[in-house]
Write a protein that binds this ligand. Sequence first.
Ligand SMILES: [Zn+2]
Length: 271
Amino acid sequence: MHDLGRRRFLARGVSLAGLLAGPRRLAAQTAPTSAGPADPRLIEDLVAANRILVDQGVLDGYGHVSARHDRDPTRYLMSRSIAPELVTAADIMEYDLDSDPVDARGRGSYLERFIHGELYKARPDVKAVVHSHSPSVIPFGVTGVPLRPLYHMSAFLGAGVPVFDIRTASGEMTDMLVRNPALGRALAQTLGARAVALMRGHGNVVVGASLPQVVFRGVYTEVNARLQAQAMALSATVTYLDPEEARKAEDSIAPTLPRPWELWKRKALAK
Ligand SMILES: [Zn+2]
């Protein structure tokens, strides 16, 4: 009898704990508050970034690009779950850094949105993020051959390009997708302070201080990977940028970013 009473007490205790946890769970399910309307120019740039990255062969029917909200660093903006080439201003949604949508209104979210939220948490300097399956980088994520800056346009790779292995990060076999915050955090840890990380058997993640910069980096990461594979096929000896050359080249190219951006944006939005 005594044991039975104790079990009942414990059972009641569990249900009481459940009741107490109830309001907290409800609060967690409540959508985050909005930071207010983003700058329309930022929205226009984000729409353009989606289309440019498709035009340049970085994104296809998959992949995504986001921007940190201009009014609140704890919010970011990204399209609902559609192919990047189809994105319009009406598709842009607001998320908090846990990647919960502010106002979903039935719109679907990208499964791998946690990449963006966790990178914005880990890197206050980052204002824009691209996740792509950029085809030319894939071999460098699976062979142990490091991706290195081959020419001045990709000098931003000079700090090194780490490879994120989701199998090591999760400790088990996954479906390869960064589909929860823990995997997003592990990816952010692999990236560290760098501009680009490869994702083994999947693609890459690219970060920048602005949408024009992250688009530039996404484009030239893809081009560098293609050129590096070509150079390695031609010769066993390839000369890469020295780290000091990379730093100097990156500084020289930084002020010229508006040049390709204006061209790419005009073409992308004219369609
Ligand atoms: Zn992906």
